[in-house]
Design a protein around this ligand. Structure first.
Ligand SMILES: NC(=O)c1ccc[n+]([C@@H]2O[C@H](COP(=O)([O-])OP(=O)(O)OC[C@H]3O[C@@H](n4cnc5c(N)ncnc54)[C@H](OP(=O)(O)O)[C@@H]3O)[C@@H](O)[C@H]2O)c1
Length: 340
């Protein structure tokens, strides 16, 4: 139970960013702690996930999900403790995964939360390798990428929770994993994770490095970023290559189409000549069929050490806006999480 003196710190969307978000696009408020209604639980947030998709929610542009309204709390997956329960399925003290948003307390329907077992893995992993980003990597790579032994899989944003998992799963499937990341420290981490090759997209000779790292071409390119990385990858795709399009983080802050000639005809020539499969997806599409298997398999790989993960933990809800702004520029190193 909470006491009447406690307040709920919340981060609201104040304005829709034009280009890069700024701290002024967010507003931090203190309000009374909500009371759960029948069928709800009150969850006190311990960890909150910051993810690139939130940039889309800040925008009113048409997307796969409705925008967050101005004055509404920013959306987020959260891990927290049940402090009040009005549903028989959950008790005070249970640790749960919820969609609580950027706030210290959330009253949420009990049927929308999943109870976690803290003995199985650190509960913060439910926001990363054992949560939505890990599942995105798992489903996108296995269902759409379908890597075969000996094939070459390339992924960028490779030290993040999606990319790092893609590369390690590619290895489990017997493929060669090539990771792309920003800066030497991140590149060194990819080598520690067991990637066969790691390259820095900020290096002046990035295109040459990519060619050297993919002597047999690329069979699966797991698209997380777009931009200059995609330009370098496209000519190296092999016949029948698969491109699961998971995200385009290099473009999320763009305000207009990139300069230069329209290159869509050249792209379609590659699609035709190489019989490419380019397939966008949102991970929720695969939840009904694949999520239970993901939890079982990934839970085992993580606990047995076959899949490693790195978290970038920032303390304090008031630091969430700056941390999120940095995520879109590569300032995070691993799964970005706010600890309350
Ligand atoms: N389709 C879905 O259902 C779904 C679900 C979850 C995530 N996603 C997408 O998956 C991608 C990765 O997500 P994540 O949570 O794992 O993020 P993340 O890797 O933790 O963070 C984003 C990373 O993108 C890289 N980046 C930013 N701008 C870049 C640029 N111009 N060129 C190359 N890299 C750039 C940065 O890493 P470096 O410093 O290494 O460049 C940054 O750390 C995102 O595009 C996200 O939107 C999609």
């Amino acid at each position: 139970m909470t006491t009447s003196t406690e307040t709920n710190t919340r981060v609201l969307l104040r304005s829709r960013p034009v280009g890069e978000p700024t701290a002024d696009d967010f507003e931090i408020v203190r309000e009374p702690v909500p009371q759960p209604a029948a069928g709800e639980v009150l969850v006190r947030t311990s960890y909150l996930s910051l993810d690139p998709y939130m940039r889309g929610r800040m925008s009113a542009a048409e997307s796969y999900a409705a925008p967050t309204g101005l004055g509404e709390v920013m959306p987020a997956g959260t891990v927290g403790e049940v402090v009040d329960s009005r549903d028989p399925s959950l008790e005070v003290g249970d640790v749960v995964l919820a969609y609580g948003g950027w706030q210290a307390y959330a009253a949420v329907p009990a049927r929308q939360v999943r109870k976690l077992d803290p003995a199985l893995a650190p509960v913060s992993t439910a926001l990363g390798v054992l949560g939505m980003p890990g599942f995105t990597a798992y489903a996108g790579l296995t269902v759409l990428g379908r890597p075969q032994p000996g094939e070459t899989v390339v992924v960028a944003a490779a030290t993040g929770p999606v990319g790092a998992t893609v590369g390690q799963l590619a290895k489990i499937h017997g493929a060669r994993a090539v990771g792309i990341a920003g800066g030497p420290e991140k590149v060194a981490h990819l080598e520690e994770l067991g990637f066969d090759a790691a390259i820095d997209h900020r290096a002046a000779d990035f295109t040459e490095q990519l060619a050297a790292a993919t002597p047999d071409g690329i069979d699966v390119y797991f698209e997380n970023v777009g931009g200059a990385v995609w330009d370098a990858v496209l000519p190296r795709l092999n016949l029948y290559a698969r491109v699961p399009v998971c995200g385009l983080v290099a473009h999320y802050n763009e305000t207009e189409a990139p300069a230069g000639p329209d290159r869509s005809a050249a792209l379609m020539r590659h699609v035709l000549n190489k019989s490419l499969t380019i397939r966008g997806f949102i991970q929720t599409e695969f939840v009904p069929e694949h999520h239970d298997r993901f939890l079982a398999e990934m839970g085992r790989w993580v606990t047995e050490g076959d899949v490693g993960y790195r978290e970038d933990i920032v303390d304090g809800l008031e630091n969430a806006p700056e941390a999120f702004i940095g995520l879109l520029k590569g300032r995070n190193f691993g799964k970005l999480i706010i600890r309350l």
